[in-house]
Write a protein that binds this ligand. Structure first.
Ligand code: GTP
Ligand code: SPV
Ligand code: MN
Length: 581
């Protein structure tokens, strides 16, 4: 929508939503502090121990509103064909008919917050702006950390355009601390109109509309039209002991390790890791034929459980202050706690539901999260908000695979690498509703986030093949298990060892061993000095399971049938090689 249309749009939305007042978000630290204090006063936020965790707050959601709801997320393109087989679809007019009664008068007695926000550095030619209308003060507090908000963005919008984002937690008239309406929840995207409407949830990707809704689902459609890529990827800078620096992208499904790799603490002497982004990358070809990536976000909305001083010290440092926590447990000294934090909590512990913890059930909700500005990261990359982005030397695809998929392998060319992305599958996590631990296809970790036909999306990726300076593409898997169900690979800091091999491969080092599915490292090429690994672990981690891959190929051939004529024949041919090896 054009900037000049803003006033008329807002007036029409106010008459639809019927709030008791309209409050603009201007941005800035002073306003952010006022928002937090008001949330405390309303009893929505609990201030944490000022000495242990300064300027940090705990929120508890309604227990029915704890994760993204993929089953109620819609792509409302003109035709179902455009949305493709991986998205829920409804015709735009039909969806509007469904939405209008839900939104009509929903904000009666509530404040409507108007949040002008920018995804990407404001000075970047690639920035995309939105205006989120919301009746959630919690959303206001989160958006201030996750995006650039306020008057500067509004000024930009006025001279350009914005994506209208209408959000309500629903439950008209409810005086609950965390109102929501799970029964009628709907997150609707209109790719042609470039609009987002979200009703019924105040949590994460359902409610912070700049993130998955704009920066991935709507942006993926813009990217296809304009010749770039909007991806569910981390961006990390790695410097070797000789001082050479390279940037990498990593695509992992939700709760499969992006934040952890983005904030990796190198466990090898002389290696340095810096963070550009932990969830989303906008990637464009530069004039030199290389790919450049920008992080459209300004903060982390990271998974709390599993984060510890052992596994991810940089994340622990990042969230040491100025952080919002949602659905974690509260210790008796007013600090936060979660499973896998690696410390014993001060008892009694109050669990995420606000009850005294029984010591047996989960104290923190498995998808409990922290929200924090990227500027709090001790090793934020100096180029994290570079308007042009950072040049990319390698792209990683990884999922949770307990067997078959090796620790790392390298594609022989772009087409095989695109097949790595298309073939990605992973065991499901708590980041979305539904069962956990079930293997599902999640192409490019974009299954819940691609705003158009996934077959066309594969073709769009292939269309970059002609660029002269493409990065190499890798599969990684930190999650192989042994026969006792234990992880074979220590993961976390030890992933430095895999990044080292990838880094050195991009300089032409290491020979590896060729297979039909890609190049695997020879055992001695991975530096495992100082790691405590089970006997034979590396052999298993780097094994090429030929029969397993044939089976994988057959299963993929079957899966890809759903994309029909949209499925690129180049991928069919590549996959044939895997099946017939
Ligand atoms: P989203 O924010 O949902 O997109 O997730 P993400 O991909 O950023 O996942 P994140 O890094 O937050 O990791 C999710 C969970 O996986 C956490 O509980 C981590 O502790 C765990 N994890 C991350 N990296 C590793 C690893 O190398 N090995 C093992 N075993 N677990 C890991
Ligand atoms: C994900 O689920 O991939 C997330 C969390 O990054 S949310 O913002 O809730 O989508
Ligand atoms: Mn994510």
């Amino acid at each position: 929508m054009k900037g000049q249309e803003l006033d008329a749009w807002l007036a029409s939305m106010v008459s639809l939503l019927q709030p008791k007042e309209v409050v603009w978000v201007h941005g800035g630290e002073e306003e952010h502090q006022k928002v937090l204090q008001a949330l405390v006063k309303e009893g929505v936020a609990t201030p944490l121990n000022e000495k242990l965790r300064p300027n940090s707050f705990l929120f508890r959601s309604d227990p029915r509103d704890v994760a993204r709801v993929e089953s109620r997320t819609y792509i409302c393109s003109d035709t179902q064909e455009e949305a493709g087989p991986t998205n829920h679809w409804m015709a735009p007019a039909e969806m509007k008919e469904k939405l209008l009664p839900l939104f009509k008068g929903v904000m009666q007695g509530r404040t409507l917050y108007v949040i002008p926000f920018a995804m990407g550095p404001l000075s970047s030619p690639f920035v995309k702006c939105g205006i989120q209308l919301s009746d959630s003060f919690y959303v206001v507090a989160n958006m201030a950390l996750m995006t650039h908000v306020g008057d500067k963005v509004l000024a930009k919008i006025k001279e350009s355009s914005f994506v209208p984002c209408v959000h309500s937690v629903g439950a008209k008239g409810s005086d609950a601390k965390w109102p929501c309406d799970p029964e009628h929840l709907v997150v609707a995207h209109f790719p042609r109109e470039r609009e987002i409407w979200s009703y019924g949830s105040g949590y994460g990707g359902n409610a912070l509309l700049g993130k998955k809704c704009l920066a991935l689902r709507i942006a993926s459609v813009l990217a296809k039209d304009e010749g770039w890529l909007a991806e569910h990827m981390l961006i990390v800078g790695i410097t070797n002991p000789e001082g050479e620096k390279k940037y990498f992208l990593g695509s992992f499904p939700s709760a499969c390790g992006k934040t952890n790799l983005a904030l990796l603490t190198a466990d090898l002497p002389g290696w340095k890791v810096e963070t550009v982004g932990d969830d989303i990358a906008w990637i464009r070809p530069g004039k030199d034929g290389r790919l450049y990536a920008v992080n459209p976000e300004a903060g982390f909305f990271g998974v709390a459980p599993g984060t510890s001083w052992q596994s991810n010290p940089k994340a622990m440092e990042t969230i040491a202050r100025d952080t919002l926590f949602t659905n974690v447990a509260l210790t008796s000294d007013n600090d936060v706690w979660w499973e896998g934090m690696g410390v014993v909590p001060k008892q009694p512990v109050i669990n995420w539901l606000g009850e005294t913890w029984d010591g047996k059930s989960k104290a923190a909700q498995p998808n409990s999260r922290f929200t924090v500005s990227i500027k709090r990261c001790p090793t934020v990359d100096p180029a994290w908000d570079s308007p042009e982005g950072v040049p990319i030397s390698g792209i990683l695809f990884g999922g949770r695979r307990s067997s078959r998929v090796p620790l790392v392998m390298e594609s022989q060319d772009w087409t095989q690498g695109v097949l790595y992305g298309a073939a990605l599958s992973s065991e499901t996590t708590a980041a979305a509703e539904g069962a956990v631990g079930q293997l599902r296809h999640d192409p490019f970790a974009m299954l819940p986030f691609c705003g158009y036909h996934m077959g066309d999306y594969f073709a769009h990726w292939l269309s970059f093949a002609k660029l002269p300076n493409l990065p190499k593409i890798y599969v990684v898997n930190w999650f192989q298990k042994d026969s006792e169900g234990d992880y074979l690979w220590p993961g976390f800091g030890a992933n430095t060892r895999v990044m080292k091999w990838i880094f050195e491969r991009s300089k032409g080092e290491h020979e590896g061993k060729k297979t039909a599915v890609g190049l695997l490292p020879q055992e001695e090429e991975i530096d495992v000095k100082g790691l405590s690994l089970k006997e034979g672990a590396m052999k298993q981690l780097l094994a090429f399971d030929k029969d397993g891959w044939k089976e994988e190929a057959a299963e993929l051939q079957n899966y890809f049938k759903r994309f029909g004529s949209h499925f690129p024949s180049a991928l069919t041919m590549e996959l044939d090689k895997w099946a017939k090896q």
